[in-house]
Design a binder for this molecule. Structure first.
Ligand SMILES: [Zn+2]
Ligand SMILES: [Zn+2]
Length: 410
């Protein structure tokens, strides 16, 4: 240790930080880019109707960078422990020894993660440490390392503790951390990237899918596992409708939904792409429009947002007549008399024509209850609801719509 100078330590730390950061940036960026590039395919496999907003992604990137900083200090601590002779790093390896070491550390990490994660959910006080990760209600690939500093420390201590107990080769640590980032990014994709047969096939059903972890983000109460489904099944914490929701993501009603074989090809393209794509964030800023099915606060109308030309439109797809007091389904209150006989269903209620900073849009909103078109701003809030500020002149009203299952808009 005497021969290691401060400059040496700084150099080692900088190397670990840059390496960890590049791996996160390349893997999350590559998947984000592929989901953008193959947007129609991704939309056909989207797990939740809501999309992560640009503000969500920025927050996830910021906190992931903080986590990587903390991870890099852990990497440095392993170096320090090995210099002190407390950690034994193997210098020789065979394919078999590497395989055994990698399997052991991944299985051990999955057990550690399950219990640590479940522990964080066990009390309100501990949940505060984990709440930052759950701000990603609809995660994006960038959420992979989006943890508070406290949680990042809990995530990071696994590797030095394991290294103290089990000798391993440096390559094992590299494969383990690479596998961790890839599986984390896939779990936060927001889009089901695994093929249809995955959760039922005897060779793969014990491995988690994107829907598995996405359900944890959407509902908090189930699916605490990271890589494997074992612990959730043994401890009775697997989501009761996990398989149903997985299949739902595969039949999102989009005509572009590919058949199972194509799904596998797409997954393969993604996983191979993860290794090669390097400019993930290009054009990402262009995405993030409002999409999916939304309900007004009274749950009397369901509106589907989709692209129309260069704008986004919100088309009225469903009306609950009982909640609307059995009002007629024609546009009877329209101030333009000649439009009063037109059917309400299928009309464009919302036009989002102009994108603004902070994930806001400007446009117009047609209010069937008043029969008028108002100027409006639209913003997806951190809690997932859509705030619409609709104005006639200086008189404005805030409306809150909520994402609902796409089936409501069929
Ligand atoms: Zn997560
Ligand atoms: Zn959690």
């Amino acid at each position: 240790m005497e021969s290691t100078t401060l400059a040496d330590l700084l150099g080692i730390w900088a190397f670990i930080f840059v390496e960890d950061f590049l791996r996160y940036f390349l893997v999350a960026g590559a998947l984000a880019y592929l989901l953008y590039r193959f947007g129609a395919w991704a939309d056909s496999r989207r797990i939740q109707p809501r999309r992560a907003s640009a503000a969500d992604r920025r927050r996830e990137q910021r906190y992931s960078a903080l986590t990587i900083f903390i991870f890099s200090l852990t990497g440095l601590s392993i170096f320090g422990l090995s210099e002190l002779g407390l950690v034994h790093l193997n210098t020789e390896f065979t394919a078999l020894s590497l395989f055994v070491e990698v399997v052991l550390i991944i299985v051990a990490h999955d057990a550690y993660f399950y219990w640590m994660h479940r522990g964080l959910h066990a009390s309100r006080r501990l949940m505060r440490v984990h709440a930052l990760h759950h701000r990603s209600r609809t995660p994006s690939p960038w959420a992979a390392y989006s943890f508070s500093a406290g949680e990042a420390v809990l995530e990071a201590v696994f590797l030095p503790i394991y290294a103290l107990l089990m000798p391993m080769h440096g390559i094992t640590a590299f494969i383990f951390t690479s596998h961790m980032i890839i599986r984390n990014v896939l779990g936060h994709a927001g889009v089901e990237v695994y093929p249809r047969w995955w959760p039922r096939h005897p060779l793969t059903r014990w491995m988690t899918t994107t829907t598995h972890h996405d359900l944890h983000h959407a509902e908090f109460k189930h699916n605490f596992g990271l890589y494997f489904t074992w612990w959730d099944r043994w401890m009775g914490t697997e989501h009761p409708h996990y398989l149903e929701r997985f299949e739902q993501a595969h039949r999102a009603g989009n005509p572009l939904t590919p058949k199972a074989g194509t799904g596998f090809t797409a997954l393969t393209v993604m996983v191979v792409g993860l290794c090669f794509m390097t400019h993930g964030t290009v054009a990402l800023a262009e995405t993030g429009g409002i999409s999916g099915c939304w309900s007004n606060s009274a749950h009397s109308m369901h509106v589907e947002f989709r692209k129309c030309g260069s704008a986004s439109c919100g088309v009225l797809k469903n009306i609950d007549r009982e909640r609307m007091d059995n009002k007629p389904l024609s546009d009877s209150r329209n101030t333009r008399r000649r439009l009063r006989k037109r059917a309400l269903l299928g009309i464009n209620l919302a036009h989002l024509t102009e994108r603004q900073p902070n994930n806001r849009w400007r446009g117009t909103l047609y209010r069937p209850d008043k029969g008028i078109v108002q100027t409006a701003t639209f913003k997806v809030l951190d809690n997932g609801s859509l705030k619409i500020r609709a104005c006639s002149g200086h008189r404005c009203k805030s409306l809150y719509w909520h994402p609902v299952d796409t089936a409501r808009c069929e």
